[in-house]
Design a protein around this ligand. Structure first.
Ligand code: MSP
Length: 497
């Protein structure tokens, strides 16, 4: 039987500034789900990358006094570096300036042509958001996002978005899980119900974009170019059957402020092009820093590279998804990160692993398995074997916090079990009982390491190595341990100096 397909994407990042915690957040979330699916046996395609065209990037290059191509190479590399630093397992890093993408975006445009007509755009534009802003939404020269707007009058091609209003509403109704979380879905539906206007999809007053086929001087509106990256990465325009199949199993992870592009414009484009729509679009919230919106001018942008240098990567990957529910806004503070690291990681998880495995070292490093369980061992054992199933139902809903909650209840249960069973006493009085208790605990630690593996891959790897577990697939959890010698463990989360 061939493996089931699963695709997942991060937004592609504008390269006008350095990567910050918001980018790392979207990327790590996507990575966690991709890793969970791979461990579950899916054939995963995980793509990320950089969004390099448009007026915003062109101006940033100009301000930096650099040629825009050189600027793009330099800045895109920083995002590529981020993918390594935050340990992404992406299958593809796509740049919209690549030749394969130009070919794909132009082929996609051709498929939309029946819905495209020439006209002129006269109105406001926010370069920071790369978005047209209706007159009614402009207040004091600013877009609702707070970005300044500028007046624009130019010839442009339009996409007949208005013709898709009913089809979109019908699609949302028939596919209630298409947009999540539900509150965001409702926002999208009311936006579409309020009436869709045709969308300007080309610019001809600058040239930093993908040229429109057979039309002199026009480049594509950066959002149509950017959204197309998802199918470029799947191999469009080659093998459109494969592209459609992967899209049907594709989840787009996006920030709440770009949901409209993904849940309204993108599905309308895909409907027009005859390509399957993605399975799910999930919008996450925004991080503030110590209660304030992060901004370059305030100088309070959280730099993921600094945090990782000071606190380590896995604690950050854990913190971001345990501290707040994925989908909601959250506030970043160094204190909260430190607290989570010392309580949940060093105290709860670190101690559990250390006390059980260090105890086994005292027995010559030998685990002598005994699956002759008493009822209390059996309960822990069952809960361990059911852990991934419980996580699965949460990951399917992108409930990353809920998935971590179920892992941590097993961590607490295992710590309590250790306290109650007192293996150090059993070692003196009842060795078969001791072996059953340690076997049940090794089962729970193994399950916990699989549970944390998508979130904290390096930490999980350390535990797998302490227990001679391969760690490649959740299916390994079905196998019983065999009696064997374990190597000595080292602390997982050394206390800060
Ligand atoms: N280039 C577009 C996306 C095109 S996708 C076809 C874009 N890029 S971005 O670099 O501005 O933003 C990328 C992602 O980072 C967005 O999903 C956004 O929500 C996320 N974040 C940026 N700042 C953030 C926070 N402070 N907190 C959480 N995520 C935020 O938009």
């Amino acid at each position: 039987m061939s493996e089931a397909d699963f695709a997942i994407t991060t937004p592609i990042y504008y390269i006008n500034g350095d990567p910050h915690i918001g980018h790392a957040y979207a990327s790590i979330a996507t990575d966690i789900i991709a890793r969970f699916k791979r461990l579950s046996g899916f054939n995963v395609h995980f793509s990320t990358g950089t969004d390099e065209h448009g007026i915003k990037v062109a101006r940033s290059a100009e301000n930096a006094g650099m040629d825009v191509r050189k600027f793009s190479d330099l800045m895109s590399q920083k995002f590529k570096d981020m993918t390594r630093t935050v340990n992404l397992s992406e299958d593809d890093f796509i740049r919209t300036t690549e030749e394969r993408h130009k070919k794909s975006a132009q082929a996609f445009w051709k498929l939309l042509e029946k819905d495209i007509y020439a006209g002129a755009y006269v109105g406001w534009y926010s370069a920071r958001d790369e978005e047209y802003v209706p007159e009614s939404e402009v207040v004091d020269g600013k877009a609702p996002s707070g970005a300044p707007v500028e007046w624009m009058e130019e010839e442009s091609y339009f996409f007949r978005l208005s013709a898709y209003q009913d089809r979109l509403l019908d699609y949302y109704e028939k596919n209630p899980d298409f947009i999540a979380p539900p509150a965001r879905r409702n926002e999208v539906i009311s936006f579409v119900k309020s009436g869709l206007k045709d969308l300007s999809i080309s610019r001809n007053k600058f040239d930093w974009g993908i040229p429109i086929p057979d039309s002199n001087g026009h480049v594509m509106y950066v959002w149509i170019d950017a959204l197309t990256n998802y199918i470029t990465s799947l191999g469009f325009p080659e093998d459109t059957e494969h592209v459609s199949r992967m899209m049907e199993n594709c989840t787009h992870i996006v920030g709440k402020e770009i949901l409209r592009f993904h849940a309204v414009y993108w599905p309308a484009f895909l409907m027009s092009a005859g390509i399957s729509l993605p399975k799910r679009i999930f919008a996450h919230g925004w991080w503030t820093h110590d209660g304030q919106k992060m901004s370059k001018s305030v100088g309070n942008v959280v730099d993921p590279f600094d945090i990782i240098k000071n606190c380590g990567l896995d604690p950050l990957r854990y913190f971001l998804f345990r501290e707040i529910h994925f989908g909601e806004d959250g506030d970043f503070s160094h204190k909260a990160l430190k607290d989570r690291t010392s309580y949940d990681l060093a105290n709860d998880l670190g101690n559990l692993v250390q006390r059980v495995l260090a105890f086994i070292q005292k027995l010559d490093g030998h685990l002598t398995v005994n699956y002759n369980f008493l009822e209390e061992d059996e309960i822990l054992f069952r809960n361990s074997r059911n852990l991934i199933k419980k996580m699965h139902s949460r990951i399917e809903k992108q409930d990353l916090c809920g998935a971590l909650d179920v892992v941590w209840s097993l961590v607490s249960e295992s710590n309590k079990f250790t306290n109650d069973m007192r293996p150090w006493d059993l070692a003196k009085s009842d060795v078969p009982r001791l072996n059953a208790v340690l076997t049940a605990l090794c089962e729970s630690i193994r399950a916990i390491s699989f549970g944390i593996a998508p979130f904290m891959p390096d930490t999980a790897r350390k535990i797998f190595d302490f227990m001679n577990v391969e760690g490649k697939s959740f299916a390994e959890l079905e196998n019983n341990f065999v009696s064997q010698k374990f190597p000595p463990p080292v602390p997982l989360f050394p206390r800060e100096k």
